[in-house]
Design a protein. Sequence first.
Length: 283
Amino acid sequence: MKVRKVFNNNVVLAVDHHDAEHVLLGRGLGFQVTPGTPVDESLVEKRFVVSDQAHTPEKLAAFVAEIPLADIEVTEEILRTARERLGAHVADHVLVPLADHVSFALRRVREGAPAIEYPLRWEVKHLYPAEVAFGREALEIIARRTGVVLPDVEAVPLALHFVNAQFGTDLDSTVRMTEVLGEILGLIQATFAVDIDAESVAVARFVTHLRYLFLRERHGGLLSGMADDLPDTVRTARPREFACAEKVAALLGERYGWTLTGEELLYLALHVYRLTAPGPVSA
């Protein structure tokens, strides 16, 4: 493998014998190195790959070069712990955008800048409680490793990065999904004129279902295969709930162009019933 471009003492863009480009990170890896020089593999600490179409290897290398190595290292510890707490879906492709955010947040605190108020704070807290809980744990890791105490509100954007890890999309798409999930809960509350306890088990189950609906749609696998008459049976037995499910489906159609199957409508209607029933509803 040979160096194609040096970005700084720690980051280089290299090419292998198949002419494939790699972004390499390591202390002193680019020190006094010129293009065409063989890579000192003993200095390579991290290899980055392009995980989306928005970044070429060169753009990714330039991005990585702007993040202090120490900030990348603390972010690696956060990712390792996140996989233990949240699951294996927290893959390495999250490292660079998460490290960029951590580095930016550290820089703001060190410069004495005021905390950022994130507009989706309520939605993130109630829609993704597991990710927010780990976001707070990540703040503790950052404080222990760097000595810098970030504002509690930083658990919100950190949580969005961990949600994003499940879907493998860009963060803007995750933010958009969060907005839509909030809209859906608001639509249900308005339709039934009820206050829904955002911390209830019913909400947690509903949000989990919606998140997997997003995931299934992204991979082209919306639910199907249930008996054709079941959605009609539910429509007859629970007309208000089914009508609300159709409103939710229409909202998703407007936002994403989806056409939900009868089975998806059925499950949405059942979740709406659990959310709006006056008394305890069994699973």
